[in-house]
Design a protein around this ligand. Structure first.
Ligand code: GLG
Length: 833
């Protein structure tokens, strides 16, 4: 008999079940719980309930895109630092009222429940968080686009303090299940490594066959990304590495159980851990393996969808797909797309090169020379023999073309220039070794290359890739970073958001941050300033609560909350901040009790992780905690100055700290911080900035009004010269005094701090590469200006309002619109609600 199919039709959505009932249902049937819930249960029940609404929206969006077949942008990134999802999903989908009410009925508060979620920390810092903000904007702007990356089993390590030193603990984030992902058992691809390459005759054609010696399977997991104020829900597809067959039966039959298990471990090892290094790449083979693993799976996935619609009409590919390489990590995509089209699809070299370069674009995120990845030819030839061949052919063509193009140059000069621009070159430290320069491969293989702030993009053009820029000036662009105003203002600071909405008479600023400029009209309005101050006060109370929880100390909530949170790195100069805190402490000590009462009180907070192998950064953390131990206990001064290191800085901690900050520090040596993105988050939340003329600080100052920002220090153009002259630089007597204090053991741990002192003070050892001494005096002066301004609360509040008002440019919606128009050429495609 005919089956009655109508019986199996799913209703439009699960919206018909009231949320409290649905949450209880989820807890009963997914977790076997009947009442008596913990907060963790409430989180699980709520998330699994919200997940269904998210999937409804996801399915609708993808049905729509399938029908429309628009051009897609694929954001290839080794890192996506997503943080928590519950609040973001509920708010982006507009379900906050319904779920807050549901939780209330069950006896819970949304904020507490949300706190039970673990961060998805599949990224190190700015680069990974930028990718996450970009996905939010891509979905919000209805752009057909996906992220592609790796589903690390262990994300960024958890940082704990032991006696003031950093210790790293594994981030076991998936043990309680992950309601925000969807395993796609029907989406998996084989990825090979090693083996040999042969030419075979096929009819009258010669074909290349790569037979890998090792194969694993990439298993897809989809992470739906809800846009705000739109029915669009996009996708982040992450790959998990699994063995080819659950058990290698031949091994198993032979009784070789161990071998089968080893096979499994080796496969799973590929997606096991995120490399915890910021900026500097870890030159390990496993890292190259990870890069190839996710790039190979992602490209196969895109091509298989393309072929299902367009067959073998690959000339159409650049009109249907483009890829953004997030730093050099996914650069092997140049060779992999070539390989798939040449060897698997059988196209010709010239056609394939044209298609490949039309599809790919590259973003550079750092000027740190050690972060421009280079892989030894030997390593690449062994792991990816076919790719190495392809890169050699690309390079032959490239250098030959260069020879012709540069034929005005004198022969000797020309040879030199070609060698300098060759994708494959000698290792300058080891002439025996040849390297593949991934950044050069990315530049040659892409349509567009961009930096992430105006100053950085100029450095990209004028320094890092200047030879290339001279030949292809139009390839180079700037795309100043941005951050999502949803997570970083509206959702993490609802009090400020509602004040803004009430004042502007509309919440449209959440989608159109340029509207925040309307706040300028209120900047000097005393009544408005009072409301603004009240919000900041409430947020400061929350941070004070957190400090109490972590350190057990009550802090003066009327003090200026002064924050520096970011990865610990010498170029970011947390050390300089600590020096100024020590100086402040010493001045307070010299004052009479009466004088002290007139001083501006400060609560200083520093947070950030040091790469596990970055010795100097770990010493900096210890210096922070050691100085804090002395200052925070001093009965004479502790009302006026505190210093706390907040461990395990991550996305959700940032969501608590940033709204509470009054002053934030972005004090990298000019020309070293490509952009910075936390500076934008602080700005949105009305936090004043003390900073160098570096990265996006410059554009932030321009938008806020330069006089409202505490700018100090030397300029990027001066750095090279100052470095040459640093040996003869006459240091400030205050600097000398502080060096003697640390060296003399004022904060204990003398020997441990010696290398730190030497790195900036002993010209035979560290050379003070990041020029702390050069900026020291002007930094102290800027800090005095901060104090003076804080004493005039009305002026301080005026500036604070001007920051938020000037933050419109730094929405990632603006950034993504620029990418979409200037680089990707993708246009919005919105499903009907
Ligand atoms: C980099 C840079 C940051 C930049 C971020 C995003 O160090 O200055 O803001 O990328 O472009 N490696 C990074 O985190």
């Amino acid at each position: 008999a005919e089956l009655d199919k109508t019986a199996a039709v799913v209703p439009e959505s699960t919206a018909l079940v009231p949320a409290p009932v649905d949450i209880a249902n989820k807890l009963r049937y997914l977790f076997g719980r009947n009442g008596d819930y913990t907060v963790a249960d409430a989180y699980q029940g709520t998330s699994w309930s919200v997940r269904e609404k998210l999937i409804d929206s996801f399915n609708k969006t993808h049905e729509h895109w399938k029908k429309e077949d628009p051009k897609f942008i694929y954001y290839l990134s080794a890192e996506f630092l997503m943080g928590r999802s519950l609040i973001n999903t509920v708010y982006n989908l507009g379900l906050e009222g319904e779920y807050a009410e549901a939780l209330n009925q069950l006896g819970y508060e949304m904020e507490k429940v949300a706190d039970a979620e673990r961060d998805a920390a599949l990224g190190n810092g700015g680069l990974g968080r930028l990718a996450a903000c970009f996905l939010d904007s891509i979905a919000t702007l209805d752009l057909p686009g996906w992220g592609y990356g790796i589903r690390y089993k262990y994300g960024m390590f958890k940082q704990a303090l032991k006696n003031g030193y950093q210790v790293e603990l594994p981030d076991i984030w998936l043990t309680k299940g992950n309601p925000w992902e969807l395993r796609r058992d029907d989406v998996k691809f084989e990825v090979g490594f090693g083996g040999r390459v042969e030419r075979r005759k096929q009819g009258n054609k010669e074909v290349t066959v790569w037979t890998p010696s090792e194969k694993v399977v990439a298993q897809a997991y989809d992470n739906p990304i809800p846009g705000f104020n739109t029915p669009t829900t996009s996708n982040l597809r992450l790959w998990d590495a699994v063995p080819l067959t659950e058990f290698d039966l031949s091994a198993f039959n032979a009784g070789d159980y161990d071998r089968a298990m080893l096979e499994r471990e080796r496969a799973e090892g590929i997606s096991a851990v995120l490399y915890p290094n910021d900026s500097t790449p870890e030159g390990k083979e496993l890292r190259l393996k990870q890069q190839y693993f996710f790039v190979c799976a992602s490209l196969q996935d895109v091509l298989s969808r393309f072929k299902a619609v367009h067959g073998n009409n690959f000339d159409l590919l650049p009109e249907k797909a483009c890829f953004q390489l997030n730093d050099t990590h996914p650069t092997i995509a140049v060779a992999e797309l070539m390989r798939l089209l040449l060897d698997v699809e059988g196209l010709d070299w010239d056609q394939v090169w044209t298609i490949t370069t039309k599809c790919l674009n590259y973003t550079n995120h750092t000027v740190m020379p050690e972060a421009l990845e280079k892989w030894p030819v030997k390593v690449m030839a062994k792991m990816l023999p076919r790719h190495m061949e392809i890169i050699e052919v690309i390079n032959e063509g490239w250098t030959k073309w260069l020879g012709g193009h540069l034929n005005d140059l004198a022969p000797e000069e020309r040879t030199k220039r070609i060698a300098a621009m060759s994708i494959i070159h000698e290792n300058p430290w080891n002439k025996e070794e040849m390297l593949v320069n991934m950044a050069y491969l990315a530049v040659v293989g892409s349509s567009a290359v961009n930096g992430v702030a105006a100053i950085h993009s100029n450095i990209v053009k004028d320094e890092i890739f200047n030879d290339f820029y001279q030949i292809f000036p139009s390839k180079f662009q700037n795309k100043t970073n941005g951050v999502t105003p949803r997570r970083w203002l509206a959702w993490c600071n609802p009090e400020l958001a509602s004040l803004i909405t009430g004042t502007l008479g509309t919440s449209e600023w959440i989608n159109d941050t340029e509207k925040l400029a309307g706040l300028r009209a209120y900047a000097s309005d005393k009544a408005f300033q009072a409301k603004w101050a009240a919000v900041k006060k409430a947020k400061k109370a929350k941070l004070a609560e957190l400090i109490k929880k972590v350190h057990g100390d009550e802090v003066n909530q009327n003090a200026l909350f002064d924050i520096q949170i970011k990865r610990i790195h010498e170029y970011k100069r947390q050390y300089l901040n600590v020096l100024s805190i020590i100086w402040r402490y010493k001045q307070l000590k010299k004052m009479s009790p009466e004088e002290r009462k007139k001083a501006v009180a400060r609560v200083c907070v520093i947070g950030g992780k040091a790469a596990s192998a970055y010795d100097m950064a770990k010493r900096i953390i210890r210096l922070v905690t050691a100085v804090g131990d002395v200052i925070n206990k001093d009965p004479e001064t502790k009302e006026y100055l505190r210093l706390y290191f907040l461990p395990d800085y991550n996305v959700s901690l940032a969501e608590t700290i940033i709204p509470a900050a009054e002053l934030s520090q972005h004090i990298s040596t000019a020309g070293t911080e490509a952009s910075g993105t936390s500076n934008m988050k602080f700005q949105m939340n009305g936090c004043l900035i003390i900073g160098t003329w570096d990265g996006a600080n410059i554009e932030i100052a321009e938008e806020t009004g330069i006089d409202n920002v505490f700018v100090f220090g030397v300029r990027a153009e001066e750095i090279t010269q100052l470095r040459k002259e640093r040996k003869n630089f006459k240091t400030d007597p205050r600097w000398d005094e502080l060096m003697r204090d640390i060296e003399g053991g004022m904060f204990g741990d003398k020997d441990y701090f010696k290398p730190l002192v030497d790195s900036v003070n002993n010209m035979k050892v560290g050379n003070d590469w990041f020029l702390l001494a050069n900026d020291f005096a002007s930094y102290l002066k800027a800090q005095e200006d901060v104090d003076a301004c804080y004493k005039d609360q009305s002026e301080w509040l005026r500036r604070s309002i001007m920051y938020t008002a000037g933050s419109g440019k730094f929405s990632s919606d603006r950034t993504i619109r620029e990418y979409a128009e200037d680089i990707w050429h993708v246009t919005p495609s919105r499903p009907t609600a």
